[in-house]
Write a protein that binds this ligand. Structure first.
Ligand code: PLP
Length: 287
């Protein structure tokens, strides 16, 4: 079976899918995206991801490319056509195609929409979660509107490449005051020695993760001790546990920070429990 992508109104073979060279996403990173998990034939938290897509677009004065129901239908169709039972669906909207000029094109320029989906093997992710992942720290060097999920991800790309070259999976950005903001593609959490879960408030220093929100719902339901406040790299290094969250990794235990073990160097109990309970708490609908 060959993969299929949706590109500006057409379902096309993935291998031949292309956008125009003057797409503003390509020229200026003038666009936004979303990634939803597909789990067990279900699309996870589509409502909240599409809410965030609408917010990101609105912050940048880009129109929704179509109504919400039509967009949802396309997501489902792309997942179905690619026979994805477990994996990810990716949505990208840019300000459209126009002669290269920094200022916005005329208001009648249609936004460009691409939707792709790909399969993943849940057993591979579970194996990774059983082992846990390493994280390195890097200086925060992104713009101050990282609450908008834009395709402008160069600092994230460089940070994650540095992590990979150090044998780690993720890089945590550290702001000027020594506080952890978030990872290159994940939100950051720690569990203190007193079993208090800590994550940074979703102010403009981080992307307000949907997975983060589901974990917060679990925290409330389970009545876990929790503080929404910034934490420093030093505090993280002394923590009992740490983990990262994203639709692409769910709750992923962190077992080392800058090469030093976190806690006992193995995935912590709270991280494992939150991972195990995730899909029960998240919203999901059959594709
Ligand atoms: N932070 C950044 C920078 C991200 O890119 C992502 C996801 O891609 C997240 C956090 C986690 O967000 P979500 O849980 O909605 O996937």
């Amino acid at each position: 079976m060959s993969r299929v992508a949706y590109v500006n109104g057409r379902y096309v073979r993935h291998a031949e899918a292309a956008v125009h060279i003057e797409d503003r996403g390509y020229q200026f990173a003038d666009g936004v995206y979303e990634v939803c998990e597909i789990w067990n034939g279900r699309i996870v938290d589509a409502r909240r991801h599409l809410d965030r897509l609408e917010r990101s677009l609105s912050e940048l004065s880009i129109r929704m490319p179509m109504g919400r129901a039509a967009l949802e239908m396309i997501l489902r169709e792309v997942v179905r056509r690619n026979l994805v039972h477990d994996g990810l669906v990716y949505i990208q909207v840019t300000r459209g195609v126009a002669r290269r000029d920094h200022v916005f094109p005329s208001a009648d320029t249609p936004p460009a929409l691409v939707v792709t989906a790909r399969s993943a093997r849940p057993e591979v992710a579970e194996k990774a979660a059983e082992a846990g992942v390493g994280v390195i720290s890097v200086p925060e060097n992104r713009w101050d509107r990282v609450d908008i999920k834009t395709v402008g991800l160069l600092p994230n790309v460089l940070a994650k490449q540095k992590a990979k070259e150090s044998g780690a999976k993720e890089a945590w950005f550290i702001d000027r005051d020594g506080f952890v903001t978030e990872g290159g593609s994940t939100n950051a959490w720690i569990v203190t020695k007193d079993n208090v879960l800590v994550t940074r408030p979703a102010d403009h220093g981080i992307l307000k993760g949907i997975t983060r929100q589901v974990v917060l719902d679990m925290v409330e339901k389970k009545g876990l001790a929790f503080e929404e406040r910034p934490f420093t790299l030093e505090e993280a290094k002394e923590a009992k546990e740490a983990f990262i969250t994203a639709a692409s990794t769910l709750v992923m235990p962190v077992v080392s920070l800058d090469g030093k073990p976190v806690g006992n160097g193995h995935p912590g109990e709270m991280s494992r429990d939150l991972r195990a309970g995730f899909h029960e708490m998240a919203e999901s609908e059959p594709v």
